[in-house]
Design a protein around this ligand. Structure first.
Ligand code: HEM
Length: 526
């Protein structure tokens, strides 16, 4: 449990006062260790400080700290966050747990913050069990039915993406004309939220819609609290006195309430206006399923808002982060942008827009998307898991109810899996015939695995494909200043702000929708 190497490393640097404090801390830690169950002795890990454990060591990039610790202690090690023991899984141990012992590792911890999501009935943050299974089945089948289910649903989804990208390009061109360089962040957030809003609620919003701005603007704060190392969850006593972490937690409660109010208002409006014979969107579908479908035997109607809230919520921060990285990579690597344009141009006539059917003919586009996902690993650590029973991994016993962190980043950057993992190189996913290497793409881990694997994976890949091809087919993206590759950590790892210019490519005569009413939205962002 105690990392003697580390203590010895820092020993010469300590003053007499620090030595006294360290001795006291060690005594306390030894006392705590004596009271801990046998697991504490069997799973290795860094030395935990009293009260806070290893919380301070996680820093602003926990996944990097975890990967460093995995090199020292192996794929399975433990850290203490406050009074909670957390087992961190890295590399191949992730598959061992999530695939080979899927049920054992499918739980969620009893964290206080999780109870505020989706009115306390969240499937994504709820624990494993019979009601959760029914909930997930319903959410998964409905998501499919409105996205990748069949060619008709694909086409309907495609038209949402196409409309939104056209609107987005209009705004990009206007901003370039007005300012030369601008920050695309907000536009990308609203456009991705609008695609899912059309699917979930049958409605898209103007970029200056105050309510929508507030709802989609909550992403960053939500993600900060839910990511690995959410402090109030592991040190509940932080709620007892004023401090910045308590303030953040109160904001988290508030934004979840606001978000849930928004969702409930949508559901109420749908109940008033829907007709049984015509399902307009996912909200209608959930109302029908939970009022009279087979799901109504297990779940009450109260689950309509939480299910649609989970889907709308889970899709926003993830997809908007993905497209922010995609645009960043386009401007950072102009040669890659050029190659994407050349590939798309070969297969897609200049007189039409790219469609889903083009996907199989443009492997480099998919290679680029997989490389963005691998390289950035923008959900480096999944939503925390918990064990549902006493179990073991790599020979280490793990009791029921242990918090488990899954470090996806570690697999995507493992030098034994990837040649030069720190180099951004989409080409790595193409085989000698220029086709997408499916064995390699299946090694990229951003949607997790097993029972909790993301239900939006196929929808997301389809959306990212359309988004990327539509953008490169129509526009050139440049940046005066090369954007850095580092990011800001929460549940998602977001790029730092960057500026771009966008121009239409030669020969493109697409009708872009110009919205001249959203000057306020734009001006607020400057
Ligand atoms: C690029 C986009 C996305 C990425 C990278 C992503 C990734 C993830 C990850 C890592 C998890 C946690 C899995 C775990 O705890 O082991 C998750 C869960 C989830 N995702 Fe996604 N997601 C994306 C988009 C979406 C979309 C568009 C939807 C909605 C259709 C969605 C719905 C969900 C839900 C409902 C869960 C909870 C699953 C459960 O707990 O059983 N995600 N996603």
């Amino acid at each position: 449990m105690m990392d003697l190497d580390y203590i010895l490393d820092i020993f010469p640097l300590l003053s007499a006062r620090s030595l006294l404090l360290l001795s006291l801390a060690l005594l306390l830690a030894a006392r705590l260790a004596r009271r801990s169950p046998p697991l504490a002795r069997s799973i290795p890990g860094p030395f935990p400080w009293p009260v806070i454990g290893n919380a301070a060591q996680l820093g602003s990039t926990p996944h990097i700290y975890f990967s460093r610790m995995a090199q020292r202690y192996g794929d399975v090690f433990q850290v203490w966050l406050g009074s909670r023991r957390v087992v961190v899984l890295n590399g191949e141990a992730i598959r061992g747990a999530l695939v080979h012992k899927a049920v054992d590792f499918a739980g969620r911890p009893d964290f206080a913050s999780f109870r505020f999501v989706s009115g306390g009935r969240s499937m994504a943050f709820g624990d494993y069990g019979e009601s959760w299974k029914a909930h997930r089945k319903l959410a998964q089948s409905t998501t499919r039915a409105f996205s990748v289910g069949d060619m008709n649903t694909r086409r309907a989804f495609e038209s949402h993406v196409r409309n939104e990208v056209q609107e987005l390009i209009g705004l990009f061109l206007r901003e370039t004309q007005r300012l030369g360089q601008f920050r695309p962040h907000y536009y990308l957030v609203v456009s991705t939220a609008n695609i899912m809003s059309a699917v979930c609620f049958g409605k898209r919003y103007a970029y200056d819609d105050a309510e929508f701005r507030q709802v989609v603007g909550r992403n960053d704060k939500f993600s900060k609290t839910v990511g690995a190392g959410s402090m109030v969850d592991v040190m509940p006593w932080l709620q007892d006195f004023p401090n910045p972490i308590k303030t953040l937690f109160l904001q988290f409660k508030e934004l979840n309430l606001e978000f849930f109010d928004f969702i409930q208002a949508k559901v109420t409006e749908h109940r008033k206006t829907m007709e049984d014979s015509f399902v307009r969107d996912m909200t209608d579908a959930f109302i029908i399923a939970l009022e009279r479908g087979s799901a109504s035997r297990t779940l009450s109607q109260d689950y309509v808002s939480s299910t649609i809230g989970d889907i709308f919520g889970a899709s926003q921060d993830t997809l908007s982060t993905a497209v922010q990285w995609i645009v960043l990579m386009l401007v950072r690597y102009p040669n890659i942008q050029k190659r994407l344009q050349e590939e798309v141009d070969k297969k897609v006539d200049r007189n039409r827009l790219p469609t889903i059917e083009d996907q199989k003919h443009v492997p480099y586009v998919m290679a680029f998307i997989y490389e963005v996902m691998r390289f950035t690993s923008f959900i480096p650590v999944t939503i925390p898991h918990a064990t549902t029973t006493d179990t073991s991994i790599n020979g280490y016993p793990i009791p029921k109810g242990t918090v488990i962190f899954i470090n996806q980043w570690s697999l995507n950057h493992d030098p034994s899996n990837w040649d030069e993992p720190e180099v951004f190189n989409p080409q790595r996913f193409l085989d000698e015939n220029g086709e997408l290497n499916k064995d390699l793409t299946s090694n990229v881990l951003v949607f997790s695995l097993g029972k909790r694997r993301c239900i939006g994976e196929e929808l997301s890949k389809m959306q990212l494909f359309l988004f990327t091809t539509l953008l490169v087919h129509q526009c050139n993206f440049t940046a005066e200043k090369t954007p850095p590759l580092d990011g800001q950590y929460g549940l998602t790892l977001k790029p730092n702000p960057y500026n771009i210019s966008v121009t239409l490519r030669d020969g493109v005569e697409l009708q872009c929708v110009q919205n001249n009413n959203d000057k306020t939205a734009h001006d607020d962002l400057k």
